[in-house]
Every structure is written in structure tokens, then in C-alpha cells.
Design a protein around this ligand. Structure first.
Ligand SMILES: [Zn+2]
Length: 399
């Protein structure tokens, strides 16, 4: 529930326009970016609508239900295990050949039980997340359009492999979409929210991304809170790091004081109805089990990725199930903040900005050089269309 309340709050704010950033990066068509991320498209359009994907995902989720016969299979395994324990108990009172016989019997039963449990487990279908790339198409298109650096769309591999020669400071704004009521002629509005982070080349040659947060409020004075905060931030950084392409990007989310030049100042508000990522968080995110993914979600915002769920439906009512309520890929961390799945397009959105603002500082190593050559070839073959980031009309349905 926690951060849904942020949206209630946000809806009351007047719409503001977002700043247009000057980009020195490259400018590919969305379909060219998508191809580099293995996202299939039909020309310049995503293959499926949001409603199509919800329907397809619902079918996929239904197929994951525990099949008939699973409980019986488990019971049979438990029986084998029980026989193993029985034989083992019997062996305890025996010696010599009798012990050997009972012991062998026990081992055999336990082995059979192990195989049996494995087979029972295999009866449950695995979630293949088959719609992931088509969801990514809708979200990537929307997020790029809403980014203050929307006209900067370098090649995917170039972005994912980007390592700056000198530290690169990334600052900008991203639009968050709200109510749209076409029936009464109200097209809705968005508010623009900041992202701020630093990109550096680390001693192992890999990219490091750092976000520094200053926490304020009485809760920060609690015993052990300082340690709890940093531990949670480290856990959130691990969520981002371990799913980064080739696990090749380091993330550092650091709690700092005024002298640490914070990127964001966040008030810990015990009585808040949720989190507003750049203003206040509930102190409970540092103690509740679910806090790990919530913090990783809020850090996603700090690095410039907006919410993917339908704000109105999420705030006002729960519709049938998560798919219906959220209307986004329910496995993704920016769709459902209780989930920890981080998709490649999130990393593209974040890393590409280093190229967008890096200009001459970009260190052209051979891998990146290859990608840049590729970009030039594509550009000379096809003068890329600019995504018009000055478009102020808001219609989340168009995403
Ligand atoms: Zn959020």
C-alpha cells in the first residue's frame, strides 16, 4: 500500500511542464533502440496494446496454478520419507549385519523420497514471463517520451556498456502521468519529478552509479537506525546490481549528511500514508521484510524511472487482481514495488543518460567504438526522427 498514497497527494498538485535538456548523444528511432534490447516491434509500434497484454498475462498466470494430483504426489513422498525414518530408528537399536540392512533400507527410502519431491515440484509450471518484452515495449516507449532527455536515444549496447572516463553528473526530470478522463474532455496532467545520480568508472573498470540520500526526522535518531538505513540501501543496491547486464554495473545507494552533498533529502515520516520518493518515506521500510524491494523501487525513481502502474486504479480500488489493478507487468519492480524483477530496459534508460550528458568525456573503448560506428551507419542510412518531448498533452492511454 505504502506509496500509493503518494499518488493521492500528487494528484492534488498542479501540472507542471518538464525541463528540456540539451543532449549531445545519439538519436535513434525507438524501433532501433528496441531491437538492441530484443524488444520486438511492428514497425514503429508495439505489437500489443496494454489490454492485450493483460489478457495474455492472465492466461499465463492461470496456467501456473497448482495442478490436480500435486497434493497426492506430495503425500506419497511424505510416506516414503516416513518409511526412511522408521528404518533409521530401527537401525539405531541394531548391530552388525542387521544394522547394515536396516540402514541401507533407510537410505534407499530417503533417496526415493528426494526424487519424489523433485518430481512433485516439477508438476508446478514455471512462470516464463513470456510477455516481458512486449510489456517492455510499452513502458520503454512511454518512459522515453516522458524523459526530459527524450530526444537522446543511443544504441542499446553502447548504453549498457557505457563507462565514463571522467565522472558524469546526471540530472533531469521525468513526467509522472495522472488522471485522464476523456469522457468529460479532461485529458489529465502530469507532474515532473527529478532524477539525480553520478556515473563513474570504478577501479575494476566497470560503471558505478551512485545516489546519495540525506535522511531527516526523529526516526533517524532511534538506536541502530543509521545502520539499518544503510543496510537496507545496500540490499536495494544488490537488487539492482545482480540483475544488471552481465552483473556489470555497480550501484551505491549511500546515506549521507549535509557535508556528503546529498542528491535527495528524505524525511522519515512515521504517520505518512505512503512514500513520496523524493520527499518522505515511512521509517518502516527499514524494518519490514517488504522494505527491501520498496526501497529498490524508490531508488528506481531517483534514477529517473517513473511508476508503471495505473495510479487511479491503484489508489481508488483494487480491481479483481493485480493485473487488473496495476495494468503493467506485475513482475517488474517499477510496476509492483513488492516485486524485485529489474528488466534490461530500466538499465538502458539510466545508463544512456551518461552518454546524453557526457559529451566529450565519453571514453570510447573498443566495444563502445564499435557501437558508435554502428550508430553512424544507421544514422547515415536513415535520418532519425525526434521524439517530440515538448508535447504537453497527457493521455496515458497513448503510451
Ligand atoms: Zn513509485
Amino acid at each position: 500500500m505504502s506509496h500509493y498514497a503518494f499518488l493521492l497527494f500528487a494528484i492534488l498538485l498542479p501540472g507542471t511542464s518538464f525541463a528540456q535538456s540539451t543532449s549531445t548523444g545519439t538519436n535513434l528511432k525507438i524501433s532501433e533502440v528496441a531491437a538492441g534490447l530484443n524488444i520486438p516491434m511492428n514497425g514503429d509500434n508495439c505489437r500489443y496494446s496494454r489490454n492485450d497484454l493483460i489478457t495474455m498475462d492472465r492466461k499465463a498466470m492461470d496456467a501456473l496454478k497448482i495442478p490436480a494430483g500435486y497434493d497426492e504426489a506430495n503425500k506419497a513422498c511424505a510416506e516414503l520419507s516416513r518409511k526412511g525414518t522408521e528404518a533409521s530408528n530401527r537401525a539405531a537399536g541394531l548391530t552388525g549385519d542387521d544394522w547394515q540392512k536396516a540402514n541401507d533400507e533407510s537410505v534407499r527410502y530417503f533417496e526415493q523420497a528426494g526424487e519424489c519431491y523433485k518430481a512433485a515440484q516439477a508438476m508446478i509450471p514455471k512462470d516464463k514471463d513470456e510477455q516481458a518484452n512486449d510489456w517492455a515495449c510499452l513502458e520503454l516507449t512511454g518512459h522515453l517520451h516522458d524523459d526530459g532527455m527524450s530526444s537522446c536515444t543511443p544504441v542499446a549496447q553502447q548504453s549498457l556498456n557505457f563507462v565514463p572516463k571522467n565522472p558524469v553528473r546526471v540530472e533531469g526530470k521525468e513526467s509522472y502521468h495522472f488522471v485522464s478522463l476523456p469522457g468529460i474532455g479532461f485529458s489529465g496532467f502530469h507532474i515532473s519529478k527529478p532524477y539525480r545520480y553520478t556515473m563513474v568508472q570504478e577501479s575494476d573498470g566497470k560503471l558505478g552509479i551512485t545516489v546519495k540520500i540525506k535522511f531527516t526526522g526523529v526516526a533517524t535518531k532511534e538506536a541502530g537506525m543509521k545502520e539499518k538505513i544503510q543496510q537496507r540501501l545496500d540490499e536495494a543496491a544488490t537488487i539492482w546490481e545482480k540483475q544488471s547486464p552481465g552483473k556489470g554495473i555497480h550501484f551505491h545507494f549511500i546515506s549521507v549528511g549535509d557535508d556528503g552533498n546529498p542528491d535527495f533529502t528524505v524525511d522519515l515520516k512515521p504517520n505518512a500514508k505512503g512514500d513520496l520518493y523524493d520527499t518522505y518515506w515511512l521509517p518502516s521500510v527499514f524494518s519490514d521484510d517488504t522494505g527491501k524491494s520498496t526501497v529498490a523501487h524508490e531508488l528506481g525513481h531517483m534514477m529517473g524511472i517513473p511508476d508503471e502502474y495505473d495510479p487511479v486504479r491503484s489508489v481508488t480500488w483494487e480491481v479483481n487482481d493485480d493485473l487488473d489493478t496495476l495494468r503493467c507487468n506485475p513482475r517488474g519492480i517499477m510496476c509492483d514495488f513488492y516485486k524485485q524483477k529489474v528488466y534490461p530496459y530500466y538499465y538502458y534508460l539510466i545508463t544512456r543518460r551518461g552518454i546524453c550528458v557526457g559529451g566529450a568525456d565519453v571514453d570510447i573503448n573498443s566495444k563502445v567504438k564499435q557501437s558508435l560506428d554502428q550508430v553512424q551507419q544507421i544514422q547515415s542510412a536513415d535520418s532519425a526522427k525526434k521524439c517530440d518531448s515538448t508535447d504537453q498533452t497527457v493521455d496515458s492511454g497513448a503510451k
